[in-house]
Design a protein around this ligand. Structure first.
Ligand SMILES: Nc1ncnc2c1ncn2[C@@H]1O[C@H](COP(=O)(O)OP(=O)(O)OP(=O)(O)O)[C@@H](O)[C@H]1O
Ligand SMILES: [Mg+2]
Length: 320
């Protein structure tokens, strides 16, 4: 199968809060480590990626350098529309456009305009020759897309627009964005899901949307936050036996409380084991549906920071 890192664009989506931004940052990091000039793209006022790398949020619509070969941007639809119109007309004054609420006119003209403008900017980032000649070129664009429904709306915007505007520069541009998304050798789609019994449903929901809108399927499902299976069956039997041992008759109070502690520790070990087994069963269910599944362990700690993202990247990098 073609690697994610051979594409121009990798789109990451999934339900809210499942780890899309974390996985997008980790895939961005892997791209940069493998020598690709990489940019991680956030949309909808999101600016979490620079913070994960210990950088300030940066101006909306501006590309910020995070480390060698790795940048990020939060696409600002107003700014993106301005750049696009300037590219189309050449003579449009930025200040006039900004002050006259051009975006509102454009956005009011048709549903999905904001989504299309965002997608056009993402397409532009994949281009070797950028709108602004001095702008850096990227080998890999990693899109931290919004949650499933909104992401599908955004990815379907070239088709929505293509149906409205059949000719002219907008139609032409919509077609180019649509081509990028439809061609498997250029764009990959990654779903992120938590290891719950909803994971299969969520992956199928995204898959169905991709099929209907783009004739595409998911390349990979990342199951995020998986607990490790620490014990073998034999070890669990020994742990259970430990908790059953009663203190000998006449034992001290200390021994009695030790045995209580043993019981709770054994119970905790068994509970975590059961939870991990349940999660691994969910991964197996996804694999039976023929999804390519990558598990990412739950990272313990105070919160997601660069070392934590690096650990996630290392884990993903073994299989990607
Ligand atoms: N593998 C992991 N181990 C532990 N915590 C994680 C892991 N992945 C993500 N998290 C934490 O879970 C929370 C949600 O992660 P993240 O922000 O990446 O999700 P998201 O899908 O982008 O959310 P949103 O839909 O709000 O954009 C964050 O607090 C993050 O630090
Ligand atoms: Mg996010």
């Amino acid at each position: 199968m073609q690697s994610l890192f051979d594409r121009e664009l990798v789109v990451i989506t999934g339900k809210g809060g499942v780890g899309k931004t974390t996985i997008a940052a980790a895939i961005g990091l892997l791209g940069a480590q493998r020598g690709l000039r990489t940019i991680v793209v956030e949309v909808g006022d999101q600016t979490r990626v620079p913070e994960l790398f210990g950088h300030p949020a940066g101006e909306p619509g501006a590309e910020s350098k995070l480390q060698a070969r790795l940048s990020s941007i939060s696409v600002d639809p107003d700014q993106a529309l301005l750049e696009w119109l300037q590219k189309l007309g050449g003579r449009v004054s930025g200040r006039v456009l900004a002050s006259s609420g051009t975006f509102q006119y454009f956005a009011a003209a048709a549903p999905g305009a904001k989504e299309l403008v965002t997608m056009v900017k993402i397409w532009e980032l994949t281009q070797g020759q950028r709108w602004q000649r001095r702008a850096a070129g990227y080998d890999l664009v990693v899109l931290d897309a919004p949650a499933t429904g909104n992401a599908l709306g955004m990815l379907g915007s070239p088709q929505t627009f293509g149906a409205i505007a059949r000719v002219g520069p907008v139609a032409g541009q919509a077609q180019r964005v649509g081509d990028l998304l439809q061609q498997p050798e250029r764009t990959a789609f990654v779903a992120v899901a938590l290891p719950t019994d909803m994971a299969v449903t969520e992956a199928l929901e995204i898959q169905d949307g991709l099929r209907t809108q783009l004739g595409r399927t998911l390349d990979t499902v990342v199951v995020n936050g998986v607990l490790p299976q620490r014990f073998t069956a034999a070890e669990l039997r020994r742990i259970a036996a430990l908790s059953e041992k009663n203190p000998a008759a006449g034992a001290s109070r200390r021994t009695a409380s030790d045995s209580e502690l043993r019981r709770s520790a054994a119970h905790a070990a068994q509970t975590v084991h059961d939870r991990a087994r349940f999660q691994h069963n969910q991964i197996a269910r996804l694999r039976r549906r023929d999804f390519e599944v990558l598990g990412v362990p739950f990272v313990w700690g105070a919160g997601m920071d660069l070392p934590a993202v690096e650990r996630v990247a290392e884990q993903l990098g073994r299989r990607l």
